[in-house]
Design a protein around this ligand. Structure first.
Ligand code: 13P
Length: 253
């Protein structure tokens, strides 16, 4: 069975002290989850990975990075390699977050290279997909999501695909306070799982975790995560407040 997974994407927020304080509060607050099956991760900005990693090191909270570069090393000023992320203790890495796609112009091809490089470097990628509001309004949600999933996982064999997590984050729900309804989330998650079964097989599709992201808050987390194909949440704004994030984790248990 799939373990629930709650991850906090801090985006470009916090400073070193507030980041460490937040990480410690999450580590302390989730200590009593030790016997449960939930996976918890914090995903701070690159520059705070090491400090935050230390703050959660003796807890069950995992560390993730918000992005990665697909080359091993060399003249790529400003970029961070898979080995560097491993070196500072990362387990997870976001690939193709909507802000990277839509604000920074990242293509499906680049996202795919990042997924493959993450796995080759021993990291677990979280492939983010999701449609714009105009795409949803035009009835193109499935088409857009299918393209992003197929392209993001291109050239990825079945033996490695189970290490991938998919995050469905409708762009219109990110940071807007307008979350998808549980029915809207379930519909797209079930579609993604069916697609994964077509691309791989039913058993593998049943193993891959699909997280929902987009204005997840303590008051909507439980209903979203109680849908059969919603295996957890990728949380932005609410992951910056320990109480809110801990309540969301609790909702996923
Ligand atoms: P919000 O929870 O702030 O809407 O952000 C969602 C997100 O983009 C997480 O990656």
């Amino acid at each position: 069975m799939r373990k629930p997974f709650v991850a906090g994407n801090w985006k470009m927020n916090m400073d070193s002290q507030t980041g460490v304080d937040l990480a410690k509060a999450i580590a302390d607050g989730s200590a009593d989850l030790a016997g449960t099956d939930v996976t918890v991760a914090v995903i701070p900005p690159f520059v705070y990975l090491q400090a935050v990693g230390q703050a959660v090191s003796s807890s069950g909270v995992a560390l993730g990075a918000q992005d990665i570069y697909f080359e091993e090393k060399g003249a790529f000023t400003g970029e961070i390699s898979p080995a560097m992320l491993k070196d500072v203790g990362c387990t997870y890495v976001l690939c193709g977050h909507s802000e990277r796609r839509h604000v920074l112009g990242e293509s499906d091809e680049v996202v795919n290279k990042k997924v493959l490089a993450s796995l080759a470097g021993g990291l677990l990628p979280i492939l983010c997909v999701g449609e714009l509001l105009e795409e949803r309004d035009a009835g193109k949600t499935e088409q857009v999501v299918e393209q992003q999933v197929r392209a993001g996982l291109a050239n990825l064999g079945a033996e490695k695909a189970s290490a991938v997590t998919v995050a469905y984050e409708p762009v219109w729900a990110i940071g807007t306070g307008r979350t998808a309804t549980r029915e809207q989330a379930q519909e797209v998650h079930a579609f993604i799982r069916k697609l994964l079964a077509e691309m791989y097989d039913e058993n593998l599709a049943a193993e891959i975790r699909i997280l929902y992201g987009g204005s997840v808050k303590p008051d909507n987390a439980k209903e979203l995560m109680s849908e059969p194909d919603v295996d957890g949440s990728l949380v932005g704004g609410a992951s910056l407040k320990p109480d809110a994030f801990l309540q969301i984790i609790q909702a996923g248990v």
